[in-house]
Design a protein around this ligand. Structure first.
Ligand code: UDP
Length: 459
């Protein structure tokens, strides 16, 4: 379709308003969606919290509207803190958002605003927009399976799967195959019901909106998408993998160290293990040490993202055990933050040791890179379950980390026949992802439908 004509209505350009949840794994897909919509002719206005605010200079074509959120202090590190933080953030910026939205609507004149696309965790913003007559679409940045798990949350409690009982961790959840109890979205002990509240709000945000946008694609989650379409009354747009549709835009909160790409250039194909646990997951000092010595003993070249704050209470320089650098000199590179999509797309990378955040999982899938899974919290266990038992493109390193088992797992993924077979399947999955993204492919059609839908929404 002709790009500029998509979003012009009665000679006037249509605006899309966006509000991401201010965490890296939520910011990235929202900005990719912004890039896609902008390329199709929409003017983009991004509302954002002060916490983890984007840098407007990196997106000169968008308008940014800061919304005071009433929070202060450093980024939360423990998942229990994240849940409380999200609830505090949303409560903190609700009134200010309503005010700023009203001002923006007046300025744009409301008939040119197509809709607000809000992260599904921002129910108060969805409600504020609706009350001001702005249609909303909810962006879910996790998998379709995770969305189904959210919807099923009350049932999981009713049927006794939740709260998790130690003796039932391996029990299959027959209503949500292939999940076992241990794979469900469980975030800490949830004493005060904060997690249930957060999940219930996300489901409500989806149900009261005019549709849900998912960063997934048909070849990856056909059955799960069918299930959602059956269970939800609103349209479901499976427009992923978003990072393959949008011009590369830099929405990274930390500076990406690009020197690892040059380092990779000198390495043979599929020889390097990329290790990263995303933007929030933390390791204990003990796990870090066992991981380090396992990586060292494997003899496999590596690029390892050791993020500041990854081990609670330590500054980066002190994180790795003494002697690790000498033991791996010339064979590995440690960076504070990597240009992950490019690293995964580099021919030298042959495996990814990941925490299975949904972005990391799909980025790996799209580059045909098999995974070593070390899920920590939230939807990551479920994502790892799919990697190992549905797509067969990796396996989990579970339990307490121990250098010997880490070494064995790395060698299995990078050197053994088993790993080669997973790599071959990952390449097939990559091809399937490319099919979906091609003209006429499922994701392309979903994007066209989404844009037509946006243009049809009535204030
Ligand atoms: N990422 C990055 N550099 C890194 C590690 C991660 O740019 O060194 C990006 C990665 O490409 C992904 C996002 O950060 O898009 C992390 O999202 P994910 O859902 O995988 O995990 P989260 O950080 O939300 O736990």
């Amino acid at each position: 379709p002709a790009p500029e004509s998509n979003a012009v209505h009665g000679g006037r350009r249509r605006h899309v308003l966006l509000f991401p949840l201010p965490y890296q794994g939520h910011i990235n897909p929202m900005f990719r969606l912004a890039g896609l919509l902008h390329a199709r002719g929409f003017a983009i206005t991004v509302f954002h919290t002060h916490f983890n605010a984007p840098d407007p200079a990196r997106h000169p074509k968008y308008r940014f509207v800061p919304v005071p959120d009433g929070t202060s202090g450093p980024a939360p590190v423990a998942i229990e803190d994240v849940v409380a933080h999200i609830l505090a953030l949303t409560a903190g910026c609700e009134a200010a958002f309503r005010e700023r939205l009203a001002a923006v609507l007046e300025e744009y004149s409301s008939d040119t605003v197509a809709c607000l696309v809000a992260d599904a965790h921002l129910l108060p913003m969805v409600e504020a927009a609706k009350s001001l007559g702005v249609p909303t679409l909810a962006l879910r940045t996790g998998s379709a399976a995770c969305c189904a798990c959210f919807i099923a949350y009350p049932m999981l409690f009713d049927k006794g799967y939740l709260p998790v009982k130690e003796s039932q961790r391996d029990m299959p959840v027959s209503e949500l195959p292939p999940y076992r109890v241990r794979d469900l979205v469980v975030l800490g002990d949830d004493e005060r019901g904060a997690v249930r509240e957060l999940i219930a709000r996300a489901v409500t945000a989806v149900k009261v909106s005019s549709g849900v946008i998912l960063n997934t694609f048909d070849a990856l989650e056909r059955r799960e998408l069918q299930g959602l379409r059956r269970d939800l009354a609103v349209p479901v747009f499976d427009v992923g993998p978003l990072h393959k549709f949008s011009p590369a835009g830099d929405s990274s909160l930390l500076r990406q160290d690009r020197s690892c790409l040059e380092w990779l250039d000198a390495r043979p194909p599929a020889s390097v293990l990329y290790v990263s646990f995303g933007s929030i997951a933390c390791m204990s000092p003990r796990d870090l040490e066992e991981a380090a010595w396992g990586i060292a003993a494997s003899g496999v070249p590596f690029v390892w993202v050791v993020r500041p704050g990854m081990v609670r209470g330590s500054a980066r320089q002190e994180l790795l055990p003494e002697g690790f650098e000498a033991a791996t000199r010339g064979r590995g590179m440690v960076v504070a933050w990597a240009p992950q999509e490019e690293v995964l797309g580099h021919a030298a990378v042959g495996g990814f040791w990941t925490h299975n955040g949904w972005n990391s999982t799909t980025e790996s899938v799209c580059e045909g890179v098999p995974m070593l899974c070390r899920p920590c919290f939230g939807d990551q266990m479920g994502n790892a379950r799919y990697v190992e038992h549905v797509w067969n493109v990796g396996f989990e390193v579970g339990g307490e980390l121990e250098r010997g088992s880490v070494e064995a797992a790395i060698r299995r993924l990078m050197i053994d026949k088993d790993g080669a077979e997973m790599r071959a399947r990952a390449v097939e999955l990559k091809k399937a992802a490319e099919e979906c993204s091609r003209t006429g492919g499922s994701s392309c059609l979903a994007i066209d439908k989404l844009i037509t839908h946006m243009m049809s929404l009535k204030n």
